[in-house]
Design a binder for this molecule. Sequence first.
Ligand SMILES: [Zn+2]
Length: 341
Amino acid sequence: MGLNVLFYILSALTGLAIGSFLNVVIYRLPKGQFFSKARSFCPNCGAQIKAYDNIPVLSYIILRGKCRNCKAHISLRYPVIELLNCILWIVNFAVFGISWMTLIYDILVSVLIVIAMIDFDTFEIPDSSNITILLLGLITFFPISGVSWQSKLIGCVCISIPMLIIALFGGMGLGDVKLYFVLGLLFGWQKILLIFLISVIVGGIFSVIYMIIQKKKAQDDEENSDSENSLSDEIVEDEKSSEEKINSINIDDSENQTSENNFVNDQEAKDIKSESCQEEERDTIANESQSEKENSDEDEDEDDIPKGKAIPFGPFIVLASIITIYFGDLIINAYTKLLGF
Ligand SMILES: [Zn+2]
């Protein structure tokens, strides 16, 4: 009992510390600065982060999510990743106890978190992450995982080869194919089939929801721009009519220069002139909002992601793998019972 508590605490603290390290890996690996010895710094002001401000989760809460030096907002994703890694490491110990598989799965979930985040950020899965899982797959050829070597060998090709063919036609990234390969080697054919099914189903559902949201957004944008355009048209028309009024009053002025109504007309002209000034103001505001809109359009163009790559697929493979680690046996047993084996 005492030993268990000790191991839970050890899992939690190491999980947090490794989670903090994962944040560095996720930030540096795509930039090729993984082996840089530079200490962590604020991406906004460049100030070095002091050791006492680098305590996982706790520092984020103490600093209220802001850089101590420049008060720039720190992304919530840093503490979330630290906490996620910590929770998964605790769950690993709870499920697999004091065993080699706890260690294997600790490394695996941490690498999977890195893969999901880097794929999300850059649409690439780094080879070094896949190679780490490959090593785990090779180590577990020693009979510690309960997966036979035959199952492992079938597992590494049964999904990855069909996916490779799809990838050659541009339907999937090569990083995803390599990930299926190394996961198949680690998990064996039954579980890689399950991972494949879960990732495709969850990814498919998510893509449909995402597409509906995007479509609705595009429609809303269109409607907004329509109403904006009609508003500025109205303003232009208003201005024209007020200009006409001023002109007509000026004519009136010249006609009635000697008349006693002069004063009244002057007053009227002043009123209308001030009105037109207000309209000019409104017009400049409309122009500004128009140019702002054009700017934001330009920004959107810059961020434009090539079609078919709108959603990275890696995070869904990662999610499916994590589900399979903890519920794979349960789902596969239930399924085979259902089929009457
Ligand atoms: Zn800063």
